[in-house]
Design a protein around this ligand. Sequence first.
Ligand code: ATP
Ligand code: LTN
Length: 324
Amino acid sequence: MKIFSGIQPSGEIHLGNYLAVIKQWLDLQSKNDCIFCIVDWHAITVPYDPKILQQKIKEVAAIYLTAGLSPKKNIIFTQSAVKEHTELAWLLNTITPIGDLQRMTQFKEKSAKHIKNVCAGLLNYPVLMAADILLYQTEVVPVGQDQKQHVELAREIARRFNARFGDTFTLPQARIMKIGAKIMSLTEPTKKMSKSDKPETCIGLFDTPEQIKKKIASATTDSGQEIKYNPNEKPGISNLLTIHSLLSNKTIKDLENEFTGQNYQTFKQKLAELLIENLEPFRNKKSEFEKNPAIIDKILANGASRAEKIAQETMEKVRLAMGL
Ligand code: ATP
Ligand code: LTN
């Protein structure tokens, strides 16, 4: 199957990105044609620091590689290196009703958060995302729960384009994990863990053991002391159980049994140990890539030239279909 997905080079890549998305990519890479993108044009739709954007792009690439994504088997590249993404986004803008964009949950949330800086790019964000997906005739888009609505819109845009200009695009669909599709904030477990929130709300993949211990120890838990999964009544401990389950490959039921009669503090200590162990490769490899940034530049350049070939083929079809 043809797979496409991406992560924005904004903020610190966190456990939610890793458990809900990168882990899916790792499962998919052996049997599918996968493209993993670093979506820098999406990251600049909210205020950002141009001086550190390139460093952030490399950091995301380092995370992809450290997690175990193969640059030979998969195409790994930066969105802005393939100009066809903007060309297709513009063309798709002409068939996308503004109303569809205004009702997107992410647009409503982000425009409320950045009230003084609501640019047209933030509204058109899902059209660029549709272009990313449709350029590569993608069948499956592995993402977290919050991006499902955008993938559905991409499918609708493709359907509309095909109906108006003739069969051109494959209709994509989202792939979402059954457990862990939405990892919650450590301090406000009814909100999703997000890159753009304060550091104490999320575990970054490069966090030190001390930071991990501190953040888990102060993660919000619920009233009572029982280690029981119940996202409505006990969102804090349920989120921590989900994280444990995804890292240890134990079911939530098994974890509830294992921790029967124990308190939150003991559970949190065990979870912190598990996180420290699982994130160790990220901390170690980060310095390796920092010492030799040329490796990453080469991988991204190679990925961009492979991606560009596919993107150009699609664009030829699109221009012809639209009479351009
Ligand atoms: P921001 O919150 O600042 O928009 P983000 O943390 O959502 O950033 P993205 O680059 O937008 O990061 O997301 C990359 C991928 O990670 C997307 O597929 C998204 O659905 C997924 N994702 C992000 N946060 C979570 C989370 N808390 N739980 C599960 N998946 C998540
Ligand atoms: N909007 C996504 C990032 C993204 C993406 C994509 C994901 C941009 N283009 C194409 C999958 C496919 C987000 O995670 N916020």
